[in-house]
Design a protein around this ligand. Structure first.
Ligand SMILES: Nc1ncnc2c1ncn2[C@@H]1O[C@H](COP(=O)(O)OP(=O)(O)OP(=O)(O)O)[C@@H](O)[C@H]1O
Length: 241
């Protein structure tokens, strides 16, 4: 059964176009408080575009978006962050000329807790390797470590909704598992998670609810078990939908 918590993010009838090419058509997507939602689909299905339009990063052609009972359809990315949603972008890189710790502190400025050092310890306990490297320049981190730092930068702002666009890309399997585990832990603590992920089975293992996207539309939704049970996964990933 789907979460009974109140709806946190409500996307209705979202249409997005790049120039004349409409790539997202009539997408409806809801996330409840503390729910872990995964958005799956083949390359080019429109997942990243859906996230970016939902957080005000790219313009919408149509649709309405509400976040924590506020209409944020026309809100700027900054207003969306202030309303409680932090979006960690695909392939996000950090400020390489700053230390790990300064990069994290920037994350606290995203929300009202700006500059609050007390938030650092929590993130260091989730990602101990960041604690070890707290005084290193982010340029000295590997690509994978920078990716973890980007996720940590999102978490430290204590969002109500954390949006993660392919946080696993380029990471070793063991690191991917850790990031997904941390995201699951946050959801258990009441933070809603919206994850876009190519690693279908790993994502289904941690999510509460799944949306499958194909050619700019929601092709199916359900619990991970529902999604595994039907032929929808094959249809969306292998078929020509
Ligand atoms: N800036 C852009 N300008 C024009 N077309 C774009 C732009 N970004 C994405 N597209 C096109 O929009 C469609 C949806 O892309 P999008 O990146 O949202 O898909 P995706 O499901 O996130 O794929 P991936 O898993 O590869 O990131 C694709 O056909 C893509 O080529």
């Amino acid at each position: 059964m789907r979460s009974q918590q109140p709806v946190l993010l409500d996307v209705k009838g979202l249409d997005v176009a790049y120039g004349k090419a409409e790539v997202v058509h009539g997408v409806d997507l809801t996330i409840h408080r503390g729910e872990f939602v995964v958005l799956l689909g083949r390359n080019g299905a429109g997942k990243t575009t859906t996230l970016a339009a939902s957080t005000g990063l790219i313009p919408k052609r149509g649709g309405r978006i509400s976040l924590a009972d506020r209409d944020v359809t026309n809100a700027t990315p900054r207003e969306i962050v202030a309303a409680g949603a932090v979006h960690v972008l695909e392939g996000h890189r950090v400020f390489t000329s700053l230390s790990v710790e300064d990069n994290l502190l920037i994350g606290t400025y995203a929300r009202a807790s700006g500059g609050d050092r007390s938030k650092l310890e929590r993130v260091y306990s989730l990602f101990p390797e960041m604690a070890q490297k707290r005084h290193d320049h982010a340029s000295r981190l590997s690509g994978g470590q920078q990716q973890i730092l980007a996720v940590a930068q999102g978490i430290i702002g204590e969002p109500q909704l954390l949006i993660l666009d392919e946080p696993s890309s380029g990471l070793a399997p063991v690191v991917i598992d850790r990031i997904l585990q941390v995201a699951r832990q946050l959801a258990d603590e009441g933070v809603a998670i919206l994850l876009v992920e190519q690693l279908v089975e790993k994502a289904l293992n941690v999510a509460d609810h799944c949306y499958l996207m194909a050619t700019g539309e929601i092709a199916a939704q359900g619990s991970p078990d529902d999604i595994r049970a039907g032929d929808t996964l094959n249809r969306v990933f292998l078929g020509g939908h």
